[in-house]
Design a protein around this ligand. Structure first.
Ligand code: NDP
Ligand code: 8X3
Length: 251
């Protein structure tokens, strides 16, 4: 294949979808992943005129599914140049004494173990080829803890630790590792966090201009298009109104 292959998890929505759309216009072939098959197929239909696209529907929590999906790729597509570990969500926003075990399991299983499962399958090929770039989508929640964020923050602190660990372990093999840590981005994120409560989700983004998924995709493309000897190791992105995990200037 004459274009690099970018493997994007969580491409059915938000940051992952916007990144797929931008990379398709910028000379990447794409493997787009998520659980919602119909969304993957409609994104593929949208992008096929621009580039070659493979879809993989799997739940990152299930290692067997991840493995079977990856193994179903044609050999050339298994040679992933860019891995964007983006799939993830917050589930709930509760004080630790009231937290839901199901929410905790979802966040640790998806945001942390899911990232590891996908990475474990793709990194050995990068090591063998002495080539690759891994971008892990963390969060400001992985840099600062905020009230009721407890387990989501822990999952994103873990993503930050794994990003740093990958950078150390993969240093001998010319593999670049980047952590991207957005603040407030208006996507389906809050709808998932608040279990479909659209009004509560809408309020998160009211009174200021939040980031859009496309703003984060722009930064991802910038990171990927630096000269070969340059790595952006760690990037925090805020909307102008945001100064920390908890300080947002609202109208
Ligand atoms: P969205 O809810 O819009 O997108 C989440 C994506 O993750 C979807 O494509 C979803 O696909 C996928 N996903 C969720 N669970 C699973 C699963 N079990 N298996 C496979 N895929 C899964 O949110 P965002 O785009 O905002 O979130 C993307 C990343 O950015 C997340 O890691 C999030 O933590 C992080 N982030 C978001 C911020 C924000 O304010 N929005 C800020 C900082 C970081 P599907 O449901 O089809 O499986
Ligand atoms: C998403 C940003 O502040 O809602 O990771 O946790 S926040």
């Amino acid at each position: 294949m004459n274009k690099p292959v970018a493997f994007i998890t969580g491409a059915t929505s938000g940051i992952g979808r916007a990144t797929a759309q931008l990379l398709a216009r910028n000379n990447f072939n794409l493997v787009i992943c998520g659980r919602r098959k119909e969304r993957l197929e409609s994104l593929k239909d949208e992008l096929t005129a621009l580039t070659d696209v493979q879809t993989l529907a799997f739940d990152v929590r299930q290692y067997r599914q991840v493995e079977e999906a990856y193994n179903s790729l044609p050999p050339a597509w298994k040679q992933v140049d860019v891995l964007i570990n983006n799939a993830g969500n917050a589930h709930g926003l509760d004080p630790v004494q009231n937290g839901s075990i199901a929410d905790w399991d979802a966040m640790m299983d998806i945001n942390v173990k899911g990232l590891l499962y996908v990475s474990r399958l793709i990194i050995p090929g990068m090591v063998e080829r002495r080539h690759g770039h891994i971008i892990n989508i963390g969060s400001i929640a992985g840099k600062e803890v905020y009230p009721n964020g407890n387990v989501y923050c822990a999952s994103k602190f873990a993503v930050d630790a794994l990003t740093r660990g990958m950078r150390l372990d993969l240093n001998p093999f010319n593999i670049k590792v980047t952590g991207i840590h957005p603040g407030l981005v208006e996507t389906e994120f809050s709808l998932v966090r608040f279990k479909g409560d659209a009004e509560r989700a809408r309020q998160v983004y009211q009174g200021y201009e939040p980031l859009r998924a496309e703003d984060v995709a722009d930064v991802i493309l910038f990171v990927l298009t630096r000269p070969d000897h340059v790595v952006l190791a760690d990037v925090v992105i805020f909307p102008r109104a945001q100064a920390s995990a908890t300080l947002v200037k609202k109208n």
